[in-house]
Ligand binder design. Structure first.
Ligand code: ZN
Length: 258
């Protein structure tokens, strides 16, 4: 049941037949792990908290720096040197005290990711680190949780929604873990609204997922070229030999059909 103040707060959701009271209740019961509270995570968590997603787990071990403020719009000058996870938790509490926000002020990696992933219904990858992205992909497939990956660099953005329950390829099918020097915002630059756009689309797809609205583009890599304002899509093919989503070793059936 929604309270009187929730009816007021979410009145624009309740007007939508795709959301309504039932959809709002689903958002209230939902839990999301957001890994990375930078340019992607900043807008994503603000819109998820505003939308009334019941529980947000916010993971970032970093501190706020002046160079972050060009695109990480959750923070301001008073927050410099403060923890991103703690600052984000305080700000989201001010925005919507009905949302439970848990700050994870530590580095997540292969050794502890799965335990956090298992706590939630869905994961947003808002990092700028390809190695962590591979580990998140693996943890989400291990725990069978949907993962919405966002990335942005220069004037280009990427969005990829993965659902281990479906037969599309995963992030490991798309990219090898060892691809040499990785490009990111720190060494290549990024224009703020591009990274903001991708973060907002991660939040939008999460809301669509929980409310069962429309179609989530599962397994489709969405590429945004901001200079030309064009989107391209490509379906990620499943690699049968993928160590993450491919056929498991204990299943030898496929050997017979080769
Ligand atoms: Zn795969």
């Amino acid at each position: 049941m929604l309270s009187d103040s929730e009816f007021m707060r979410y009145s624009r959701h309740l007007l939508l037949e795709e959301v309504g009271e039932a959809g709002q209740q689903k958002l209230k019961e939902a839990s999301i792990l957001v890994v990375g509270l930078g340019g992607l995570g900043s807008p994503a968590v603000q819109y998820l908290a505003a939308a009334g997603v019941g529980t947000l787990w916010l993971a970032d071990f970093d501190h706020i720096e002046l160079s972050n403020l060009q695109r990480q719009t959750l923070y301001n000058m008073d927050n410099l040197k403060h923890s991103k996870a703690e600052t984000a938790r305080e700000k989201l509490h001010l925005l919507n005290p009905e949302v439970e926000v848990i700050a994870i002020n530590q580095k997540l990696g292969a050794d502890n990711l799965v335990e956090f992933v298992q706590e939630v219904d869905l994961v947003l990858d808002c990092t700028d680190n390809i190695l962590i992205r591979q580990e998140l992909n693996q943890a989400c497939y291990q725990a069978s949780k949907p993962l919405f990956i966002g990335a942005a660099i220069r004037f280009e953005g990427q969005l990829l929604a993965l659902n281990p329950q479906y037969e599309h390829g995963c992030y490991r099918c798309l990219y090898e873990p060892n691809i040499g020097v990785q490009l990111n915002c720190n060494n290549s630059g990024v224009i703020g609204p591009v990274v903001g756009t991708i973060g907002l689309l991660q939040a939008l797809e999460a809301i669509k997922y929980f409310t069962g609205t429309g179609t989530v583009p599962w397994g489709e890599l969405k590429l945004f070229d901001a200079k030309k304002h064009r989107w391209h899509s490509l379906q990620v093919p499943k690699d049968p030999a993928c160590p993450v989503c491919g056929v498991k070793e204990e299943n030898h059936d496929h050997d017979n059909v080769k």
